[in-house]
Design a protein around this ligand. Structure first.
Ligand SMILES: [Fe+2]
Length: 116
């Protein structure tokens, strides 16, 4: 099920709200390409972009929190690190599983005859 942006998601900071909207779009894209994996590269592209943008967004959010003197910064940063680790682990698992299992089934098609 895609996630739809709702007014109650708004935190009131334009940059952060714009980032959250874009992250929702990326999450929906990941869900879509996982459900219809016509080209496995699309999954890799979508996950890589989600990871890249999440990292960018978390850094931006943490800079804003530092500027505001946010007292829960450390806890929030820990949650960001945990989320990035989970995305990275998923991306790695998906890529390794896919490349080592599904793609490897193609290997015999490309095997060259041994020169004698
Ligand atoms: Fe956050």
């Amino acid at each position: 099920m895609p996630i739809f942006w709702r007014p109650q998601f708004r935190i009131g900071h334009d940059d952060i709200d714009a980032d959250h909207r874009y992250l929702i779009l990326l999450i929906n894209t990941v869900e879509l390409v996982l459900r219809f994996p016509d080209d496995p590269r699309n999954v890799e592209l979508a996950l890589t972009e989600l990871r890249r943008y999440a990292e960018y967004h978390f850094e931006r959010e943490e800079r804003i929190q530092i500027a505001c003197g946010y007292i829960h910064l450390d806890q929030h940063k820990r949650e960001h690190r945990q989320l990035l680790a989970e995305i990275t682990a998923f991306l790695r698992k998906w890529l390794v599983d896919h490349v080592m299992k599904a793609d490897m089934q193609l290997a015999p098609l490309f095997r060259k005859p041994v020169a004698r």
